[in-house]
Design a protein around this ligand. Sequence first.
Ligand code: SF4
Length: 173
Amino acid sequence: MFRHILRSLTGGPVTEAAPAPSDPALAELADKLQKAAKARLGRSLSIREVDAGSCNGCELEIHALNNPIYDLERFGIRFVASPRHADVLLVTGPVTKNMREALYRTWDATPDPKWVIACGDCAIGGGVFKDSYACVGPVEEVVPVDLRIPGCPPRPAELLAGLLALLETSAAT
Ligand code: SF4
């Protein structure tokens, strides 16, 4: 025990270094995203996150978009509490049987035009929960999916790139 305390006091951090808050590549990506939202929607982009059965690893990365490093709101992109205010549903996890109805109703309550992103390997193909008795399957089994962002979990920069690709290429339904 004493050895562990000593090592944690004297050693450096064991986690990966965070990107610099002023990372130019990141700022450029977010700036492009803001401009694409303005051009496509005439306003900022609103995202409703739906956890359809995730282990919450994907949520940790999604939450990072709002931390001081990424600070997504400075680009006018925000997470909203109600699907009524959302343009994008960002769905994580395999869809569990208990969440199937809730996911469908959330999709149904989101006004057109709307997009659905399957975020993470579980949302795309079931991932590690693929054969679970408690799961319905990937998100596309329940609602139409416009974009898939792979990863377990995808990193914040990959989420930003996915949102940008969505606005630049997809037709909203
Ligand atoms: S993709 Fe990975 S991090 Fe995301 S919900 Fe599945 S197991 Fe968890």
